[in-house]
Design a protein around this ligand. Structure first.
Ligand code: B12
Length: 285
């Protein structure tokens, strides 16, 4: 099945009429649809981001020609590789430059597909920000600027309504765990892969997460643990809770390992986000 959405769905998601989209594509070449075997156009997330960007520029008073040229120039000015995009984002962090950060994030999600943007640009930049913070290059405030901007963007992507085809998944961080960006990325990729997502976020009491999953008849409960010191609390909480029949528990996060998951009696899918999303398709067996 060819990925992507047709022009009617693109029009619905962006509130831009289909005939306008066709005109933009033909006249300004701002969309890059892929083709189905039958030759039909299919539009991907980066096309959605471009249309939304153009729509917002027109709302700002730009004429379409100007906005398309800007997008073209923005695409032209876009750092050419994932590495140079990472470097540009990291520099914006070091310079504490919110405008550069916002426009680079715009471009990152406009130029790179969702999976590639998250796995090869956003996650590595957050790693570098952490190392910089730890070695005194950048304050907690600088780190918060980056994480808050990234979080806002991913939450916007997560909000896109989409018909579930795979099942229902509840996602929560372990008790007292506040590192949630990895889980938020997983939620967004799982939604794009057809899961109905209930995202509970940081520091969720485990018993509540399990009860919630039971109430919504979820197939999956995905848990995230970022710091090793959260594992003892997660272990005792899991020991006290009754696991509903048919609910698969999956562990991930910087502090998660196959050994920890085995001890907790739950599934571990590795640290690679894209591999995890693929592996989740096979669950529940
Ligand atoms: C952003 C950040 C914060 C933010 C979090 C904001 C938010 N809303 O998430 C805030 C400011 C809250 C924060 C707080 C703290 N932080 Co902090 N933080 C970071 C930072 C910079 C980035 C973390 C991140 O998002 N990484 C990117 C994501 C994508 O990676 P990830 O979480 O591993 O997720 C990946 C996979 O694990 C997977 N995944 C994640 N969850 C799941 C779940 C499932 C089911 C699956 C399949 C996959 C999966 O998907 C992701 C993609 O690959 C790291 C630096 C770093 N090196 O990572 C420090 C870091 C993790 N923090 C650290 C520390 C010490 C803290 C504090 C204790 C600091 C303090 N004294 O207050 C507090 C603890 C807060 C708490 N209660 O948990 C240390 C941890 C050191 C250690 N012990 O391991 C780090 C490493 C910084 C450092 N270099 O010292 N932090």
């Amino acid at each position: 099945m060819t990925e992507g959405i047709n022009i009617a769905a693109l029009s619905q998601r962006t509130a831009v009429p289909a005939h306008t989209l066709r005109k933009w594509e033909e006249r300004y070449g701002v969309l890059a649809p892929i083709r189905t075997q039958g030759g039909q156009r299919r539009y991907r997330e980066e096309d959605v981001a471009r249309v939304e960007w153009l729509r917002d520029r027109i709302a700002d008073g730009f004429r379409i020609g100007e906005a398309a040229a800007l997008l073209g120039r923005r695409v032209a000015e876009t750092p050419r590789t994932a590495e140079s995009t990472q470097d540009a984002l990291y520099d914006a962090f070091l310079r504490a430059d919110p405008d550069a950060l916002e426009s680079l994030l715009d471009q990152t999600f406009a130029v790179y597909g969702l999976e590639e943007a998250l796995a090869t640009i956003i996650a590595p930049v957050l790693e570098r920000v952490g190392q910089a913070w730890e070695s005194g290059h950048g304050s907690v405030a600088d780190e918060h600027l980056v994480t808050a901007s990234i979080r806002a963007r991913i939450e916007r992507l997560l909000a896109d309504a989409r018909g579930p085809v795979r099942g229902t998944a509840v996602l929560a961080c372990a008790p007292e765990e506040r590192h949630e960006l990895g889980l938020l990325m997983l939620a967004t990729l799982m939604r794009a892969d057809g899961w109905k997502i209930a995202y509970l976020g940081a520091d969720t009491p485990l018993a509540d997460a399990v009860r919630f999953a039971e109430r919504v008849s979820a197939d999956l409960l995905c848990l995230s643990v970022g710091l090793g010191e959260r594992i003892p609390l997660l272990t005792s909480a899991l020991a006290e809770v009754d696991r509903p029949e048919g609910l698969e528990l999956v562990l991930g996060g910087a502090a998660a390992t196959a050994e920890v998951a085995r001890r907790l009696g739950i599934r571990y899918l590795g640290a690679d986000l894209r591999e995890s999303v693929t592996a989740l398709r096979e669950l529940p067996e």
